[in-house]
Design a protein around this ligand. Structure first.
Ligand code: GLC
Length: 469
């Protein structure tokens, strides 16, 4: 997995097999050959556990089962076996910091959760106080009120979560994406977050940005809890969703194989800022590259449709594991901004179903899709697969080339507007501007984002090219 490509599946929206309009495990299994054809090494599934779906599976009501909307354990086994037969690894999404409020633990073991007599000033990720009243006290919810935070200083919690982690690994899972892990441990005295004295280093909500966020997350003894996660997982692959700038990745990078590099995901498409994000991150051990996902949006929406190909080139040529979000291989569009039909935090638009073909339901379902498809007629897998000039073909070529890139990574100073670096015998250059720019690409041209992107030593606007010595 050192330089592997992990394909993120959002199970609700990948492939429906039973016509209920919601994707499921049997659907994923029926589409594995797409992943093999693309050349990825592993798939990561957003949560499939039983859930009331207040946060679409990130509110877990049972860690050792499958929600009926996705299938059952037998379907999970069949999927894992089919993936392994094809040489694909399977990563689950574990949500250790909170459960669903409907998890039996919340009733049966209230002491497994974090309580206070009075709220402090901590803010939930979705806005407002992170505390909600219950039975004369307040419980902590770092995310939605339907997601009470577990107390990782309670040994019974650790034991129960270790059992859950072992459960899926014993069934054949190859590792985990570990959700919101910077929230695992908070200040045991529940002290207020002090006012911010310097910028956090990653985008925050306006109310969060006013606080230093030093007590509500990332407590100094986090490493002890991470060690328990690692202990249960042996040498399985663990990638952490750590919402901190890379300079603060310790202790997460001590215990995990990789840590998501949010500085790059959040960087504007500007050569200077992209270079700064990449250079800061590559100074730390174990970056995992991600430029789009179900929370923050698609490649084409984040970096602009005209830059989507160049963004894919960047993502897939950096050193370390790269995470590709389903649909981004075809440059799929997003839903309307502001839609909150399902997710109150407005993330529906990043989660519209996968577009396999050009029909209105895109081959995703025979029923009524839970969210409509966005642009199946313009962008779909069938239409791009045999077209050598398509984004899908480019992504596939980039994944194939990745295996030849080797370990070396050296940023190059290629001038204003250009992001460039060396990977072994290859040179990658990306023009982030709207003007053609001169680049000295060493060796022979091996991949470009579009035919004619590199001509007479000039790289077209919004284009990228890779040369080989
Ligand atoms: C992570 C997930 C996000 C979820 C949150 C709470 O950030 O990616 O979708 O809402 O954790 O579990």
């Amino acid at each position: 997995m050192r330089d592997g490509v992990v394909y993120q599946i959002y199970p609700r929206s990948f492939q429906d097999s039973d016509g209920d309009g919601v994707g499921d495990l049997a659907g994923i299994r029926s589409r594995l050959d797409h992943l093999v054809w693309l050349g990825v090494d592993a798939l990561w599934m957003s949560p499939i556990y039983p859930s009331p779906m207040a946060d679409f599976g990130y509110d877990v009501a049972g860690y050792m089962d499958v929600d009926p909307v996705f299938g059952d354990l037998a379907q999970f086994d069949a999927l894992t076996e089919a993936a392994h037969e094809r040489g694909l690894r399977v990563l689950m999404d574990v949500v250790p910091c909170h459960t669903s409020i409907e998890h039996p633990w919340f009733r049966e073991h209230p002491d497994w959760y974090i309580w206070a007599d009075r709220p402090n000033n901590w803010i939930s990720a979705f806005g407002g106080s992170a505390w909600a009243p219950r039975d004369g006290r307040y419980y902590l919810h770092s995310f939605y009120p339907e997601q009470p935070d577990l107390d990782w200083r309670n040994p019974e919690v650790i034991e129960a979560m270790q059992d859950a982690l072992r459960f899926w690994l014993d069934r054949g899972a190859d590792g985990y994406r570990v959700d919101a892990i910077d929230r695992l441990l908070k200040d045991p005295q529940l002290r207020d977050d002090p006012p911010a004295s310097q910028p956090f280093g990653l985008p925050l909500r306006e109310d969060e940005a006013k606080l230093a966020l030093t007590n509500s997350r990332n407590a100094p003894d986090t490493g002890a809890a991470l060690a328990k996660i690692r202990e249960a997982c042996g040498d399985a692959f663990l990638v952490g969703e750590v919402y901190l700038p890379s300079a603060r990745w310790q202790p997460y990078s001590d215990y995990f194989d990789a840590v998501f590099a949010f500085e790059l995901l959040h960087s504007p498409w500007d050569a200077h800022l992209l270079r700064a994000a990449i250079e800061a991150t590559t100074r730390q051990p174990r970056p995992a590259w991600v430029m789009s996902n179900h929370d923050f949006g698609r490649l084409s929406a984040r970096f602009g449709e005209r830059n989507a190909r160049a963004a894919a080139m960047l993502l897939l040529t950096l050193p370390g594991p790269a995470f590709l979000y389903q649909g981004d291989e075809i440059g799929q569009g997003e839903g309307p901004p502001g839609a909150t039909r399902f997710d109150r935090a407005g993330r529906d638009r990043h989660r519209h179903p996968m577009q396999w073909e050009g029909s209105p339901r895109g081959g995703f379902t025979t029923g009524e899709p839970w969210l409509p498809l966005t642009d199946p007629a313009e962008r779909n897998v069938a239409g791009q697969r045999d077209d050598p000039t398509s984004m899908l073909s480019l992504v596939r070529e980039l994944i194939a080339l990745r295996r030849e890139l080797g370990e070396q990574f050296e940023p190059l100073d290629a001038g204003e507007g250009i992001v460039a670096f060396r990977r072994g015998g290859h040179t990658v250059a990306i023009n982030t501007t709207s003007e053609p720019l001169r680049v000295a690409l060493e060796g022979e041209l091996c991949i470009q984002t579009a035919a004619g992107a590199l001509q007479d030593g000039r790289l077209a606007p919004h284009a990228g090219a890779i040369g080989v010595d």
